[in-house]
Design a protein around this ligand. Structure first.
Ligand code: HEM
Length: 405
């Protein structure tokens, strides 16, 4: 085992200073790519892309995610479910957000939500006001899109995102070994979802609307319908997974556009560049900075033998900046040829199921911004103020001056 002395753990898990986190990742990649955080027993941190790439698909050897471990089965969100149950469960959730389903939300985003939000932004911008594009635009887009797809009341979408943020700030996977269920981390959010489900269950099934919530309630996994408690867990997970990470990445991308007028103009002239810029934003922002896994049975990764019970951090953000694969890996380059090689969405059997939805949202939300404003710039002041958590990365606020077209 190779350890780096001098409190690198504090830097790596620093919730307030992303620059220190990224410097710590770079140091680990160079000096201790498989590093024991906080003592010889781990938990371990995988810093290099090759090791993370090797470990991610090994779902029989590593388990983890929301509600993984010793929590009751009804509290296990999809990413915490083990094989073989996971495979069947995943097909069910995929039925709600697969590409052909995700495309259904396109007209709502294109003709209703984005224009309405940007109308209000443009009015304020025309009066010379600074606008926080997170609060007034990007916080709404992903949370409304997933609420729309699931059949959840749209007026609640922002509240759901805010509860999700509170879940993230309360640590979630950052406290390895605690195995907390979502309902324990955020009882208010859980009670709200349960209330909505109870309202639906009180109606005869023939009167249920045809939406994602009904689909979850009637679907079977391993021959049995999901219990209302299990549906509650999946809804909390989906509403959260669908909002937080996407708004983080979109915020990072808009930050890059605001500080690079040439890039903004290039994308205004050629929207086909948005797709690669999205991949590069996923790579450099890596909204999920790491994932925590528990070793289920002995396995060797990058020549290191992990024992059953070991906790292992999969360093997605570090892997995505690995200079062995990405030239000048710390630099945002919207035209990077291999940007899409990032691991920001995981890989293997747990690859992010929202991958098509988030790309669609990016195309629409960024396209609408480019349409509406001929230029955007960072307002004076702190600019990019990162979320206060080591696990997720994105701007908390992003105050901009926008110039309507
Ligand atoms: C920038 C946006 C996003 C990022 C960075 C992201 C990241 C991730 C990552 C890293 C995983 C793997 C988790 C694991 O292996 O435990 C994952 C899984 C998942 N994501 Fe996303 N995600 C994003 C957007 C979305 C959206 C919009 C949805 C829609 C609801 C979504 C739904 C899911 C689901 C359901 C899983 C679990 C898949 C499984 O375990 O089989 N994600 N995501």
């Amino acid at each position: 085992m190779r350890c780096v002395p001098g409190g690198i753990e504090d830097d790596l898990m620093n919730p307030e200073d992303p620059a220190r986190r990224f410097a710590a990742m770079a140091k680990l990649r160079a000096e201790a790519p498989i590093h024991a955080l906080g003592g010889a027993e781990g938990p371990w941190y995988l810093a290099r892309r090759d090791a993370v790439t090797e470990a991610l698909p090994q779902v029989l050897h590593f388990g983890g995610g929301v509600g993984a471990g010793d929590v009751p089965v009804d509290d296990q969100a999809l990413n915490g479910v083990l094989e073989p149950r996971h495979g069947e469960f995943r097909r069910l959730v995929n039925g709600l957000i697969a590409p052909h389903k995700a495309r259904r939300v396109k007209p709502f985003l294109e003709t209703e939500l984005c224009p309405r939000l940007l109308d209000a932004v443009a009015q304020r911008a025309a009066r010379g006001e600074v606008v926080d594009v997170m609060r007034d635009y990007l916080d709404h887009v992903p949370s409304s899109a997933i609420a729309w797809l699931l059949g959840w009341p749209l007026e609640d979408a922002l509240q759901l995102y805010q509860w999700t943020l509170e879940i993230c700030e309360r640590g979630m996977e950052m406290r390895p070994g605690t195995d907390l269920a979502l309902r324990e981390i955020h009882p208010v959010f859980a009670a709200y979802v349960e209330k909505r489900l109870a309202e639906r269950l009180a109606l005869p099934e023939s009167e249920w609307p045809e939406d994602g919530i009904s689909k979850l309630l009637v679907s079977k996994v391993e021959g049995e319908r999901l219990s209302p408690a299990a549906v509650r867990t999946q809804l909390m997970f989906l509403l959260g997974a669908g909002s937080e990470t996407t708004r983080d990445m979109l915020g990072g991308l808009v930050f890059e556009l605001a500080r690079d007028p040439a890039l903004y103009q290039r994308l205004r002239g050629d929207r086909s560049g948005i797709a690669n810029a999205c991949e590069e934003a996923l790579r450099i922002y890596s909204p999920t900075q790491f994932m925590v896994r528990r070793c289920l049975q002995p396995v060797t990764i990058a020549e290191h033998a992990f024992a059953e019970g070991n906790l292992v951090f999969f360093g997605l953000a570090s892997a995505n900046r690995d200079e062995a694969h990405f030239e000048e890996g710390e630099r945002f380059d919207a035209q990077r040829a291999n940007a899409a090689d990032h691991l920001a969405l995981g890989a293997g059997p747990h690859l992010c199921l929202g991958n098509s939805l988030l790309r669609l949202e990016t195309q629409i939300a960024i396209g609408a911004l480019l349409d509406r404003f001929e230029a955007i710039e960072l307002a004076e002041g702190p600019g990019f103020e990162a979320l206060h958590t080591a696990m997720f990365y994105g701007p908390k606020r992003l105050p901009l001056r926008l110039h309507p077209a």
